[in-house]
Design a protein around this ligand. Structure first.
Ligand code: ATP
Ligand code: MG
Length: 422
């Protein structure tokens, strides 16, 4: 029996379904092997959220079917990305008393997290994630892994992500109609970071900025933990729209111009360079000045960076990301994006994509693009969650060893080795 993990990324421009088998590398660490991938152009999504269930369901069906054909079996469940302006985030604190003789247990951690989660939510909002940022023992000691520590009281600072119940139901419906269960909904920037951040960036302080088609999703990490997330209602499609409006071309023409000739630093483009494309109401083609196009694109790209900076500053994190910004998402591939970001924000900015640094075998070249950071990140998120539930299963089956997570992990990996052939 092979543990299978699937992911469905419902983007504004494309839907991607992926399936991988859980395996291990030569050192015994958990790893994935891609077994199937399927894609379909997106329909019925606006700014990251479902606006037409029937259209999204049909598009999800195409992607899932293509993936199933590639792996040769039915997709039974999947980790699913969620985004959109209905998402809200807040930080909250939860507390649990601890039996000092027994030390902190997993149940105490769970109780503290539940306390943090019990915040008053606006009507029609529900909790998607409760993520521990810091554990504090007896009001003083910060602990990364408090299990087993002697204490009277355990506190947790948690990051709570909520979404509109209706928006969540719509996403779930588009998936379950195809006989695919939802393992978990995952906030898209939380998934993207898994695929593109380096451990030292996450430790020092960094913001991952996924510039997609309809939205720009941002997540801030520091001390290895998530600190803040937000979603901007602007992405690569807005750049295309601006170009279409200014040049009077159909959207498709503007998209082609952006992909082939786009640049967001006008000075990098020769002043007199011309490109050709069709415009509305005219037969044949007209020529456009590439420097002018670049000025149009730069305007919107600057707005995206300025909005991100304003939100990071407002939340108090702009000065706390020494590792700067890691750009990802399809629109991060626009030439000049990282340079523009560096010029505007004065921080390090690089473009990140899923690649050979990840514990994933058989990843196609197509997947190794920033546009698939969320899709691949969802698989990695799923791998971690699966490892956790395997832990729990292992502990239950083994009668529960007493507290050392690394020991459990080692045993789980050994157990997995027995479970998986080769
Ligand atoms: N090579 C490229 N150069 C510039 N822009 C690109 C390139 N490839 C894709 N894009 C742009 O990236 C955007 C799509 O990105 P992505 O695939 O990450 O979005 P999505 O996941 O479908 O949408 P979202 O996450 O916003 O819901 C489009 O605007 C597209 O024009
Ligand atoms: Mg996306």
């Amino acid at each position: 029996m092979q543990e299978i993990i699937s992911a469905i990324d419902i983007g504004t421009t494309k839907i991607c379904a992926l399936t991988a088998g859980l395996t291990h590398d030569s050192l015994g660490n958990l790893a994935l092997r891609i077994l199937g991938e399927g894609q379909a152009p997106s329909r019925g999504i606006r700014r990251g959220a479902v606006v037409n269930v029937a259209e999204v369901t049909a598009a999800v069906g195409e992607a899932v079917e293509a993936c199933e054909q590639a792996m040769g079996q039915h997709m039974t469940s999947a980790y699913v990305g969620i985004a959109g302006s209905h998402i809200q985030t807040l930080n909250s604190r939860g507390v649990s008393p601890v039996d000092r003789r027994a030390g902190v247990t997993g149940a105490d951690m769970q109780r503290a997290l539940e306390g943090a989660r019990a915040v008053a939510l606006p009507q029609n909002q529900e909790v998607i994630h409760t993520i521990a940022r810091h554990w504090v023992v007896d009001g003083q000691v910060e602990a990364q892994q408090p299990v087993g520590m002697s204490a009277y009281r355990l506190e947790v600072d948690a990051h709570i992500v909520t979404g509109s119940s209706t928006a969540i139901q719509n996403v779930v419906q588009c998936i379950t109609t195809h006989g695919v269960d939802v393992d978990d909904l995952v906030l898209e920037p939380l998934a993207s970071n898994e695929a593109v951040l380096r451990p030292e960036e996450r430790r020092m302080g960094v913001a991952v900025m996924d510039v997609g088609g309809g939205t720009t999703d941002v997540a801030v990490f520091r001390d290895d933990g998530l600190c803040h997330t937000f979603i901007l209602d602007v992405g690569g499609n807005h750049l295309t729209n601006d170009l279409a409006e200014v040049l009077h071309t159909p959207f498709e023409t503007a998209e082609m111009l952006k992909l082939r000739h786009g640049h967001v630093i006008p000075e990098r483009v020769a002043e007199d360079e011309m490109v050709w494309a069709t415009v509305f109401g005219e037969r044949g083609e007209r020529n456009f000045n590439r420097r002018f196009m670049s000025e149009v694109l730069a305007c919107r790209a600057e707005e995206i960076f300025e909005q991100a900076k304003a939100q990071l500053t407002k939340a108090g994190f702009f000065a706390k990301i020494p590792a700067g910004i890691v750009l990802t998402g399809g629109a991060s591939q626009l030439p000049g994006m990282a340079e523009l970001g560096r010029n505007l924000l004065g921080t390090p900015v690089r473009v990140g994509a899923p690649g050979s640094h990840l514990p994933i075998a058989a990843m196609s070249r197509a997947l190794q693009s920033p546009a698939f950071a969320t899709s691949v990140g969802l698989l990695l998120w799923g791998m971690r969650e699966d490892a956790r539930s395997l832990h729990r299963r292992f502990r239950a089956e083994a009668g529960g060893p007493g507290g050392d997570a690394s020991v459990w992990m080692g045993q789980t990996v050994k157990w997995l080795k027995n479970l998986l052939p080769g």
